[in-house]
Design a protein around this ligand. Structure first.
Ligand code: 5GP
Length: 191
């Protein structure tokens, strides 16, 4: 059996990575989205082991020290990491694996797994990003400011990615992401 491939999807918070990935997973049910660990608190409606594995600082540090994360980073003052074991297992089973992680994490994956395909999802503009974040309404004003400042910094990293998808119109951006996926996935005969 061919081993699956690792796909990293990064980009500013609010650029629409989650929606794009959800659509990709709907089209390719054998593709697996990794569930990250985080030290941030669950938002209303988030479930343990579905959106994230929620951990306190101590548990996270213990796992990080034991080499349990493929990558981890501090984002907006909280830690986020990709549990290594399940990712490797799924790839060995022949599934492609998607990581939805920040640009620092993408950098670590690029170094550790050079065969990974990296995609940067960009909002059409910072104004549009602000509008989307406000509409989502899950952050306080201060958190929103921090996310926007971070988005400005993150966008400078886009050139390091294999692909950049501008999420201007959702159906078009989904098609573009899926075309990249088909080209690069061993499951689809690419890669
Ligand atoms: P949120 O708190 O909005 O769920 O996520 C905040 C940021 O953390 C997003 O940019 C998201 O991509 C990133 N993130 C989520 N999981 C991971 C992870 O496992 N590793 C890294 N490096 N970033 C992550």
């Amino acid at each position: 059996m061919r081993r699956g491939r690792l796909f990293v999807v990064s980009g500013p918070s609010g650029a629409g990575k989650g929606t794009l990935i959800a659509e990709l997973l709907r089209r390719y049910p054998r593709t697996w989205l990794s569930v990250s660990a985080t030290t941030r608190r669950p938002r209303p409606g988030e479930r343990e082991g579905v959106e994230y594995f929620f951990m306190d600082e101590e548990e996270f540090a213990r796992k990080a020290d034991a080499g349990g994360f493929l990558e981890w980073a501090e984002v907006h003052g909280r830690r986020y990491g990709t549990p290594r074991h399940r990712v490797m297992e799924k790839m060995d089973e022949g599934c492609d694996v998607i990581l939805e992680i920040d640009v620092q994490g993408a950098e670590q994956v690029r170094e550790r797994m050079p065969d990974a395909v990296t995609v940067f999802v960009e909002p059409p503009s910072l104004e549009e990003l602000e509008r989307r974040l406000r509409e989502r309404g899950t952050e306080s004003e201060e958190e929103l400011r921090e996310r926007l400042a971070n988005a400005r910094l993150e966008s400078r990293e886009a050139a390091k990615f294999d692909y950049v998808v501008v999420n201007d119109e959702l159906p078009r951006a989904v098609d573009e992401l899926c075309a990249i996926y088909e080209r690069e996935s061993p499951l689809c005969g690419g890669g």
